[in-house]
Design a protein around this ligand. Structure first.
Ligand code: AMP
Ligand code: MG
Length: 346
């Protein structure tokens, strides 16, 4: 299959993408979070192609993308007031809600669950594609399963060339990590995945929010988890990632002692001088966590290009968007975290 790439801004791009979706094909779509791999979410055969192109386990359900909040009624039932409040405040935007699912949605899309994850993305062209296709678009991140998510059309082409019909190039993603997922099907809203909408923002609006243990903890291989995707190794470059937690200076001393040829360093821009001897990659500024979110996946993908065998990584602390960065980086590291000893501080 020849994979076509069209600029989002070119006339006719949305119409062409909608045509591919309606005819059961696959389209790489830009969103503000990461690029999605989209298909007609109501067509079980089209959805199967997503799992095949990504090599995604079939028990990992997909997110349905809609163009406006009122389309929720077509795919969900018993929608709680909280969902309308969140939609009013955060849509279009990087928030996914898990709600009871109508029978119109194939079980292939929800991986057999009776709930469905739904989001209205901020990208204008993607909402236009959804409207023109006239169906919700099922779309996971457009990467090979397990790899860091794509934040540019070039990343999508790298992983999906020859496997999908079309990529719509909308430039680099503004948020850079996947959407926040909140489950509204229980008694208390539950955060399943942190993202661009922060836990603090959700709590302020909802009154209470339970953070699912899978968000920052390691999952036992046979554990039952609320968001099935969370049990898989994720976001990982080919090289092994080790997070160095602790003060910058102590981390630099640790790297100096343990660095071997073929290793790499992922750090904050503020730390570049400290790691200057190790050809460091900065993924953003520690004082502006949204820049870390925007730069993380591109930096992790870069280590595959240079063939890094082992990556020493610095991870932000705290809440807000930094919380989402921690979640992705800890999963990329397989929860391998070393707290650098204070006595290593010079
Ligand atoms: P991705 O599209 O690759 O960003 O992954 C989608 C994420 O949404 C995965 O972690 C899924 O487990 C989660 N998800 C999708 N549908 C549901 C659902 N009905 N209930 C809970 N989690 C879901
Ligand atoms: Mg993904």
């Amino acid at each position: 299959m020849k994979t076509e790439v069209l600029p989002a801004s070119a006339p006719g791009t949305a119409a062409r993408a909608a045509e591919v979706i309606r005819s059961g094909g696959l389209v790489g779509i830009p969103t503000e979070t990461v690029y999605g791999l989209g298909a007609n979410g109501l067509d079980a055969e089209a959805v199967l192609k997503i799992f095949e192109a990504k090599g995604r386990p079939q028990d990992n359900p997909l997110i349905l993308h809609i163009s406006a909040a009122d389309e929720l009624n077509q795919i969900c039932h018993d929608i709680p007031d909280a969902a309308w409040v969140l939609a009013e405040r955060f849509w279009p935007g990087p928030l996914t809600m898990v709600l009871p699912c109508r029978a119109i949605v194939p079980r292939r899309t929800t991986a057999g669950l009776d709930t469905v994850a739904v989001r209205c993305p901020a990208s204008d062209v993607t909402r236009e594609i959804i409207r023109a296709a006239g169906v919700p678009i099922a779309a996971p991140s457009a990467n090979t399963s397990g790899k860091p998510s794509p934040t540019t059309a070039a990343h999508v082409l790298h992983d999906m060339d020859g496997k999908i019909d079309l990529i719509v190039d909308g430039g680099a993603c503004r948020v850079g990590v996947e959407s926040t997922i909140v489950d509204l099907t229980g008694d208390t809203p539950r955060l399943l995945r942190p993202g661009g909408v922060t836990p603090e923002e959700l709590e302020a609006l909802l009154g209470s929010l339970v953070v699912d243990p899978a968000v920052l903890g390691e999952i036992a291989p046979n554990a039952v988890v609320r968001a099935p995707g969370m049990k898989y190794k994720h976001y990982a470059p080919a090289g092994e990632v080790t997070i160095l937690s602790g003060p910058s200076e102590a981390a630099a001393v640790f790297v100096r002692r343990h660095f071997s040829p073929g290793d790499a360093v992922l750090c904050f821009s503020e730390e570049l001088p400290l790691f200057a001897d190790f050809n460091p990659t900065a993924y953003g500024s520690e004082s502006a966590p949204e820049t870390l979110a925007r730069g993380l996946f591109s930096a992790l993908r870069g280590f595959d290009d240079t063939g890094a065998r082992h990556i020493f990584a610095r991870c932000p602390e705290g809440g807000g968007v930094a919380y989402a960065v921690q979640n992705r980086l800890k999963k990329a590291a397989g929860f391998h975290i070393i707290t650098v000893p204070e006595e290593d501080t010079p």
